[in-house]
Design a binder for this molecule. Structure first.
Ligand code: APR
Ligand code: PHB
Length: 411
């Protein structure tokens, strides 16, 4: 982070502190942090600004399944060590509906696995690596704003944690500030196009201090609603139940959650172990895609441009794929002076985004029955027919496995 000429005093009433870097990155989630790391490995400087505290960002419980290519990327970024020692390789998943549980063997079906390693851990590793390298990562900033993205000298402004107004001049701005960030809004409404699907259900998720009752994830269809048994470690389980989107967490005491999980996940000869709930929350389910992902010198990556429902475990992986595509493109432009990859960034990223959007919608549609009075019996039979097909046809199972474990990054 260089200080540009003209900077100097920066008291409350003084002109802003002026900094200069090659890529200004807004947001220290997986997209922003991984992008910063990959850029650094390619000799490109960046500054990352985050409006939350480090403690908050590191504690935010999110997804936990890493595609094969995401694992390789994290290795490339130099943060593969803890992932390999503490993460768990999973070679398949279980799909079930009342009375039947079937395992899909990913390695057999498509030659790839996934890794279970919490997004919080990925974020902690990336933050630690960035700070250890002495590279700029500023937490607790306020009033982040993006300026002049259609010119050659885009800027990001913010107020630092200590109240200093700061202006960052850069060659490119990466909007990695998630769904509620400011970057997306720097693309004028007349240029921006949004596709959206809101699903009529939500997930109530818990993190529990109890050994997982399964060695691989269980995705369960049940007439009461979907349930998922996931995990974080040999002593921590992560579980979800489908609920109505307007459900209140106060109405779900722990016993009610465990009871719903036990009923929906039940299968002959298997029992669910319950334990203390450390964390719980309700997540709405939606798909959102925004275009373009590039506007002038502003590039969107991750949740700032697209959201998927969690069923296919794609959110974190899409953020990582965007970060890689953007790092390659920015390095080609800023190191080699070749702008072609930057010109193609949006189109390449969106091709993958729409594939994952389809897969997430498909998994979601197959596994979540309408519940309550008036539930569509026809839809339920279609869901069960699809589940039977996916667990009995090698071609159908291979398609799920290929999408779940993820496409190669350059596809
Ligand atoms: N200024 C600075 N930082 C901001 C601002 C802002 N105005 N607005 C938001 N942020 C920060 C958020 O606090 C967050 O840390 O940007 C970061 C965005 O991170 P994520 O929401 O984790 O998004 P992304 O990095 O794209 O990762 C996507 O996260 O939401 C999950 O399931 C999703 O797994 C996927 C992944
Ligand atoms: C999780 O472990 O949080 C998880 C796993 C699989 C999903 C979604 C979330 O599809």
């Amino acid at each position: 982070m260089a200080t540009a000429p003209g900077s100097g005093s920066h008291g409350p009433m003084a002109s802003p502190r002026v900094l200069r870097t090659q890529v200004g990155i807004i947001g220290a989630g997986p997209a922003g942090l991984l992008l910063a790391r990959l850029l650094s490995r390619r000799g490109v400087d960046s500054v990352v600004v985050e409006n939350r505290s480090r403690a908050y960002v590191e504690a935010r419980v999110r997804a936990g399944v890493l595609e094969h290519a995401t694992v390789e990327l994290l290795e490339e970024a130099g943060v593969g060590e803890r992932l390999h020692s503490e993460g768990l390789r999973h070679d398949g998943v279980h799909l079930q509906w009342p009375g039947e549980r079937h395992r899909l063997d990913f390695v057999d079906l498509c030659g790839r696995s996934v890794w279970v390693y919490g997004q919080t851990e990925v974020v902690k590793d990336l933050i630690a690596a960035r700070l250890a390298a002495g590279e700029p990562l500023l937490f607790d900033v306020r009033d982040t704003a993006v300026h002049d993205v259609t010119g050659d000298r885009p800027r990001i402004t913010w107020t630092d944690a200590d109240g200093t107004a700061t202006e960052l001049h850069c060659d490119a701005v990466a909007g990695c500030d998630g769904f509620h960030g400011v970057s997306r809004h720097a693309v004028p409404a007349g240029v921006r196009r949004t596709w959206e699907r809101t699903y009529p259900y939500a997930w109530l998720g818990i993190l529990a201090d109890v050994a997982p009752s399964t060695d691989e994830l269980i995705y369960a269809w049940h007439p009461d609603g979907f349930a998922l048994h996931s995990l974080r470690s040999p002593t921590v389980s992560r579980l979800y139940v489908q609920v109505d989107p307007d459900e209140r967490i106060e109405d779900w005491p722990d016993e009610r959650i465990w009871e719903a999980l036990a009923r929906r996940l039940a299968t002959p000869g298997w029992t669910l172990r319950a334990g203390p709930v450390r964390e719980k929350g309700i997540t709405p389910m939606r798909s959102v895609v925004t275009e373009p992902m590039r506007h002038g010198r502003l590039f969107l990556a991750g949740d700032s441009a697209h959201i998927v429902p969690p069923t296919g475990a794609k959110g974190l992986n899409l953020a990582a794929a965007d970060a890689w595509l953007l790092a390659e493109a920015l390095a080609a432009a800023l190191v080699d002076g070749d702008e072609r990859l930057l010109d193609g960034y949006g189109e390449r990223a969106l091709r993958r985004v729409w594939r994952a959007t389809h897969f997430s919608w498909w998994m979601t549609s197959m596994l979540h029955p309408a519940t309550g009075p008036g539930a569509d019996a026809f839809d339920r039979e279609l869901q069960l027919a699809q589940l039977r097909y996916v667990t009995s046809s090698r071609a159908a199972a291979a398609s799920l496995a290929e999408n779940y474990t993820g496409l190669a990054l350059d596809r």
